[in-house]
Design a protein around this ligand. Structure first.
Ligand code: I3P
Length: 109
């Protein structure tokens, strides 16, 4: 599965709130492959190598949990992704259906 997702980092690996200066929203091209959600700078190219920056932004979603971000109301179609290493991301999808589809696919892994 792939598509545009806009990401906000809410908590880091230590479980603490992501500090100010790193809490901004950033748009990515998301690709879910196996147990990894790649958040890429550019559009998906099936045969292209993954750049170093894109690898750094990749999120392991094994044992992660995706839910609708019911406690976040500033933007619409936002899901909350909690990873097994205690990170928390807010991910905004382009629409409601897309958001539901990402939640379903992430939790299926
Ligand atoms: C953050 C940025 C985010 C904002 C966040 C700010 O600043 O303005 O858009 O979240 O507020 O800290 P920075 O880019 O310097 O990290 P919202 O869009 O949700 O308001 P927050 O600290 O209340 O999460």
């Amino acid at each position: 599965k792939h598509g545009v997702l806009t990401r906000k980092s809410h908590a880091d690996m230590d479980g603490k709130r992501t500090p100010r200066g790193r809490r901004g929203w950033k748009k990515f091209y998301a690709v879910l492959k196996g147990m990894i959600l790649y958040l890429q700078k550019d559009e998906y190219k099936p045969d292209a190598d993954i750049s170093e920056v894109d690898l750094k932004n990749a999120v392991r979603i094994h044992h992660a949990l995706a839910t609708r971000a019911t406690d976040y109301s500033k933007r619409a179609h936002v899901l909350k992704l909690k990873t097994s290493d205690w990170r928390v991301f807010l991910l905004q999808a382009p629409g409601e259906e897309e958001m539901m589809s990402w939640i379903f696919r992430i939790n299926l892994v």
